[in-house]
Design a protein around this ligand. Structure first.
Ligand code: NDP
Length: 289
């Protein structure tokens, strides 16, 4: 049986460390979260982010805009937040309503305040191995891996999924850890055999239980990023499952993250960590000027 990582406990200790560091600062880091529209899941995420921001001693600025907000109005808000000295981090909750141009909105965020790590500048810094702001979920995955595995030099890592939000940045981070990295996607041939070569297998696909137990190398470390809502046994109820068939995989893997309770809780903790990183960099730059 694999060792099951408790992401909730790890995230709690990460938040405790962030709170301890915030308490020592001469300034208060501020994180602005922008929500456009009434998507129920996004509303829950934003409320959780705001609560946890305050719990670690940072200031939370919440901007809730109606679904019919125009591109110009949203851009104007992002620019105002870029210029606001009390705001060190800006997060625009995705997905945005369809009439808005997400790429243009993300591009408008100052890279120094881009705590989601989604701007082209931060993606480029990551690709070049330079310090920037790294997307939160990939950062969470790497922190879990570093905690469990320590030195990952020479290990074969397979990342299933190549999105800008998850797959690509995880692959970059694993490369920085000196792993030999393979990125798989929907056009990959013989996915099962490729997965079987992985000492570290990252599933970031969005297909419930795609990865079977017999795709996993015995003793491998399996990080399941997927969050898929599927019908539960009880009629009319649903449940969350990952991209990995957990009950099979747990028999084969050495270490595994469950869904829920694995990678998920790390995402907001890493957002707070990015806000702290951004705040320290911005304030240090201001001191030098
Ligand atoms: P995307 O839909 O943007 O990307 C999915 C990737 O999986 C694509 O690269 C796609 O390939 C690939 N893919 C799709 N089907 C297959 C298949 N059958 N075989 C191999 N590869 C396949 O999703 P995200 O990256 O945004 O998210 C991935 C998952 O992670 C989702 O379940 C999402 O809910 C979850 N997630 C969880 C977070 C957390 O906090 N834990 C945060 C963010 C996301 P191609 O490029 O060829 O289309």
């Amino acid at each position: 049986m694999a060792d099951i990582i408790d992401g909730k406990i790890f995230a709690e200790s990460l938040r405790a460390g962030i709170a301890a560091e915030v308490a020592t600062l001469a300034f208060t880091p501020g994180l602005a979260v922008v929500l456009v529209g009434d998507d129920p899941a996004s509303k829950v995420y934003v409320a959780n982010k705001a609560r946890q921001t305050v719990e670690v001693g940072m200031r939370s600025f919440e901007h809730r805009l109606p679904a019919e907000t125009t591109q110009a109005d949203l851009l104007a808000l992002v620019q105002a937040l870029n210029a606001d000295a009390a705001v060190h981090g800006i997060l625009v909750q995705l997905p945005l309503p369809k009439h808005l141009n997400t790429e243009a909105i993300i591009a408008a965020i100052s890279p120094a305040k881009d705590v989601d790590g989604l701007t082209v500048t931060n993606a480029g810094l990551l690709a070049n191995g330079l310090p920037g702001l790294v997307p939160c979920t990939p950062l969470g995955c790497i922190l879990l891996l570093q905690d469990r595995l320590g030195d990952m030099t020479g290990l074969n890592a397979v990342v299933v999924g190549r999105s800008n939000l998850v797959g690509k940045p995880i692959a970059q981070l694993l490369l920085q850890q000196n792993c030999t990295v393979t990125i798989a996607h929907s056009k990959t041939r013989n996915l099962d055999q490729i997965c079987k070569t992985a000492d570290i297998l990252i599933a970031a696909v969005g297909r419930s239980e795609l990865i079977k137990g017999n795709w996993i190398k015995p003793g491998a470390t399996v990080i399941d990023v997927g969050i898929n809502r599927v019908p539960a046994a009880e009629p009319g109820k649903t449940k969350l499952v990952g991209d990995v068939a957990f009950s099979e995989a747990v028999q084969v893997a050495g270490i595994i993250t469950p869904v829920p309770g694995g990678v998920g809780p790390m995402t907001i903790a890493c957002l707070l960590r990015n806000a702290l990183t951004a705040a320290k960099r911005i304030e240090t730059t201001l001191e030098k000027e």
